[in-house]
Design a protein around this ligand. Structure first.
Ligand code: AMP
Length: 226
């Protein structure tokens, strides 16, 4: 039996993490834990954590580390043995990464690969500026307003387009700045552990997916910790 996959997807907002996660979920037996989506779900339910999250979304800032670490600890602790995970949006700070290392050690799991999707700021701004979420058809998914075929399909099937509040232009700039300051240092952190793989996020999602699968197959064949 192959070892369960333990994947972290890093990448600036707009790099396509959620699109890639969805595609990988269909291919491997793993749970996707997408912290941003999780917080947006809480916000739409109006829970305490959701209300807290909204105040950070508006500013394009990160929630406190201890809140996020508690969420991930709960989720990963409940994961059945033999089932893998893909983290989309966590960790986002070195402190979160350190806490995750401790947790994984406790759970007797080790990272298969950290995949960093790289994208120019120009492309990130273009993608986020035109991004809308198609809601009302199950799990919300992103599309670009210039992709008229997807826009029409969303609406024809009874979905509706919503712009995430944090995709407003002034917030986008702040989110990219936050990524550079807080999250980009994780590349060094994971490079030192020998698990980092940087992949260009330019191009079609299928091309990016093929590169990710290549990395995962290689990492599974040669586990970093052995
Ligand atoms: P995302 O959907 O991954 O772009 O996340 C949306 C927002 O959720 C971020 O801009 C943060 O405010 C918050 N968020 C998601 N994940 C984390 C995390 N690991 N640490 C702190 N804040 C987070």
């Amino acid at each position: 039996m192959p070892q369960p996959l333990h994947i972290i997807l890093l990448g600036a907002p707009g790099a396509g993490k959620s699109t890639q996660s969805r595609m990988l979920k269909g291919r491997y037996p793993l749970n996707v834990i997408a912290t941003g989506q999780l917080l947006r779900d809480e916000a739409s339910k109006g829970t305490a954590i959701g209300l807290l999250a909204e105040s950070y979304f508006e500013r394009g800032e990160l929630l406190p580390d201890d809140v996020m670490i508690a969420i991930i600890t709960e989720r990963l602790s409940k994961l059945p043995t033999g089932r893998g995970f893909l983290l989309d949006g966590f960790p986002r700070t070195v402190l979160q990464a350190e806490a995750l290392d401790d947790l994984l050690q406790e759970l007797n799991r080790s990272l298969t690969a950290v995949i960093s999707l790289s994208l120019s700021d120009e492309e990130a701004i273009h993608r986020l500026g035109g991004r809308r979420m198609c809601e009302g058809l199950g799990e919300p998914f992103p599309l670009h307003i210039e992709d008229t075929a997807s826009v029409e399909a969303c609406e024809r099937l009874g979905g509706h387009l919503v712009r995430r509040p944090d995709d407003a232009p002034e917030v986008i700039v702040e989110r990219l700045r936050t990524y550079e300051a807080e999250t980009a240092p994780l590349m060094d952190y994971y490079a030192q552990q020998g698990v980092l793989h940087v992949i260009s996020a330019e191009g079609e999602p299928e091309e990016v997916q093929a590169k990710i699968i290549g990395v995962l197959e290689q990492a599974q064949a040669q586990p970093a910790s052995s």
